[in-house]
Design a protein around this ligand. Sequence first.
Ligand code: GTP
Ligand code: MG
Length: 198
Amino acid sequence: MDVKSAEFIISNTDYKKCPESKLPEYAFIGRSNVGKSSLINMLCNRKDLAMTSSKPGKTLLINHFLINNNWHLVDLPGYGYATAGKKMRDKLQEMIESYILYREQLTCLFLLIDCRHEPQKIDLDFMEWLGENGVPFCIVFTKLDKLTHAKGVSNVQAYKDKLKEQWEELPTIFLTSSEKRNGREDILNYIAEVNKTL
Ligand code: GTP
Ligand code: MG
């Protein structure tokens, strides 16, 4: 799929105020600073469509972007933002959880994982919660450019082995680098294929 147009629509704190249109929606989630906004910019061929920052906690709202006038891409705040106060963390968590559980247009969630780290409890718990609630998701490994090819491959394999302890079937997995623009076609083609089935 080619991204011919990408347009920011609206930011919200409440899923109930998200766009009323029935277009299918693909949302990006993961720990703070994992590279969600960077990936969205890479997918859309834009530098500053979604705001990025080297400091965690940049995205604090549910951000809707309209792609090719036929689907929505959604940038979500990161979870597990350690330096935010508890009140702020709870508020963000409530906002993210209710969006995921109640937003009917949500078609697939892309869960981003930094390929450099070992499997983290917070991500595994989050996947378990998605599974329990029947939320369709894919895993996107980010920042592959920060590792050698061999190390990237072995980290991803170790992650899959860990997931196999918990899951009978693994979700679709993408390997990406926003820096090197890797994985773009794979994700966009996946979205195009799912859109065709709707
Ligand atoms: P929050 O909105 O704070 O939750 O963060 P986010 O997940 O949206 O992360 P963001 O895209 O803002 O990126 C965080 C930092 O990681 C920035 O300094 C990015 O430049 C950097 N980064 C993101 N993706 C990549 C990548 O593929 N490669 C490299 N080398 N750096 C990346
Ligand atoms: Mg962000």
